[in-house]
Design a protein around this ligand. Structure first.
Ligand SMILES: N[C@@H](CCC(=O)NCCCC(=O)O)C(=O)O
Length: 261
């Protein structure tokens, strides 16, 4: 029997700060929230990108997980010690100011964390890692950007192979065989953040998934499982596993481990 909404654990989902229709909006794309509700079975709570003004760390005492979404914006390079150029744009510094402290506090508390695309890049930077931009211009790298289309199903089409490291946390969730994923990014992890382990790579060596050593469930993927979570078995399994970890945390079973533990 499906749990009622009131029984569901809460998961914080930090928003982007975007401007359109003459307003500034704190926004999350529906696909992430729908996958959280329909597949992970949690209750997502959108967190405004006001981290630079308000302390959202206390929120972590009331939720049982953190979901970091993708976005066309990029983590500001100054946050990993690189001078900004137009190749690093567009920025969303309000989101950066909200997510990076939340990521560190989530890990310190041992709360489950699932990071998607930009979210995985934020996870890496929050742990002291760095990002490389315009990877399609680098020798030997594939073009990981979205297909040139205005049709979302085409942009989010599943289209390249990812190899999963045997024995990884990801392998325990989806198996060790290569999997096919979608790809909508022009940046990638460069220097790996402290405590991160590479879980999967693309044929060109781009890091496609990481996990945080010692955390009950703290994973990042460079692709977009939320988009096909209702139909693609790998995508679905990732959100199911995140929901299981969140419920375990809420029940207390997941509270035994934390990054410090
Ligand atoms: N901006 C970063 C992260 C990419 C990302 O999160 N993409 C999601 C939005 C996809 C889209 O609608 O184009 C990068 O480019 O690496």
């Amino acid at each position: 029997m499906r749990s009622s909404m009131s029984d569901r654990p809460l998961v914080a989902v930090p928003a982007d700060l975007k401007t359109f229709e003459g307003y500034r909006w704190h926004s999350v794309a529906a696909q992430y929230l729908e996958a959280a509700v329909r597949i992970a079975g949690v209750l997502p709570i959108v967190v405004p990108a006001l981290g630079g003004e308000a302390d959202y760390i206390a929120l972590l005492d009331r939720v049982d997980g953190l979901l970091l979404t993708g976005s066309r914006s990029n983590v500001h390079p100054a946050l990993y010690g690189v001078e900004p150029t137009t190749a690093h744009e567009p920025f969303d510094e309000a989101r950066d100011a909200t997510t990076l402290p939340l990521i560190r506090a989530t890990l310190d508390r041992g709360l489950p964390l699932f990071a998607i695309c930009r979210g995985m890049q934020e996870l890496n930077v929050a742990l002291g890692g760095s990002i490389v931009t315009e990877i399609q211009e680098l020798p030997g790298r594939m073009d990981h950007r979205a297909p040139d289309s205005t049709v979302q199903d085409e942009r989010f089409a599943i289209r390249h192979r990812v190899d999963i490291r045997p024995g990884s946390r990801l392998a325990s969730i989806v198996g060790t065989g290569p999997v096919m994923v979608n790809s909508l990014h022009r940046q990638a992890l460069d220097r790996l953040g402290t405590g991160l382990e590479v879980e999967a790579t693309a044929d060109d060596g781009v890091i496609e998934a990481v996990s945080v050593r010692g955390s009950p469930f703290a994973m990042g993927v460079q692709w977009h499982p939320e988009y096909w979570a209702g139909s693609d078995p790998i995508s679905r399994r990732l959100f199911e596993a995140f929901g299981e970890a969140v419920r375990a945390h809420r029940s207390g079973a997941g509270r035994t481990l934390s990054r410090a533990g």
